[in-house]
Design a protein around this ligand. Sequence first.
Ligand code: P6P
Length: 342
Amino acid sequence: MEQRRKLITMDEFTIQETRQFPQATGELSGLLRDIGLACKMINKQVRKAGLVDILGKHGATNVQGEEQMKLDVYANETLISVLKNSTDCAGIASEENDDHVCYSDTYSLNSKYVVLFDPLDGSSNIDVNASIGTIFAIYRRVSEIGQPVTREDFLQPGNRLMAAGYVIFGSSTMMVYATRLSVNGFTLEPSIGEFCLSHPNIKCPEKGKIYSINQGNSSKYDDGLRAYLNYCMEINKEEGRPYSHRYIGSMVADMHRTLIKGGIFMYPADTSSPNGKLRLQYECNPMAFLMEAAGGKSSYGGGNILDIVPTELHQRTPIFIGSKNMVNKALEFMNEDAMVGK
Ligand code: P6P
């Protein structure tokens, strides 16, 4: 009797998931496969960034005399090109592009999905070798199939997402994505060039011991948030010790730790950034969709991030996200302050 091998590739996994829905066409699986392909190509460049003169020198030429691209430009161009050749993507929007991009070939025009992405989030950390990542969000288009995509396809609220996730280029390269069914993590096995299932059915712990925020901005935070940060730094009654503070300054890295270990990640509004810093459509919404699918919670301070109706492609939002109990405690402090302020 042949022993069933333990290794399940992402393609095999997505096909197995699709088989649970007889009416499914496999297009979403195909799209996830294409995003995975693009990220494997990005990974190849990220892994040699320190060796090849590709750090921040757009326009330089390397030893092969090739036109050098900054890594984030390379990542953006790779995702646009791979998704253009996909048979499952009608168009994209990117942190690096002012407007969305329509694909005009027949396959693309007749595709039912659009993808938004931050091609290389945290790229300022590349030259210090900290983890960085690609963040993506997949919507079913609202415009007519067969026609070019429209602005409205990319301004849908996060509660309309079909799938979302990230690839983290860390000590290993992992693709983590959520569908409406579950959250699963796949680690790149370089020897076969495949993402293989390594973290099935990820759940974010309901409580954690880590809070993550750029505390250097705290003089600009509201009193309620400052009160919450003081609570985090006090001896925590349940834990008998203060929480730990961890902040990498790369959203994908801070979010991945929060998802796996539990905790809370915050990028709030402050007096100089009234809407915070992080972008709604290709940073906060995909992370909120994934975190909620994993049993965590996300908020902009006044409600669920996924319920925000976008008006601009690159709009920003405050974000409080992670273990349900910790996000609720933070909101308690901030809402109490708001109540007192009323
Ligand atoms: P700050 C990276 O530049 C980024 O967009 C996110 O990845 C990260 O969470 C945030 O900005 C860090 O911002 O202001 O703390 O340096």
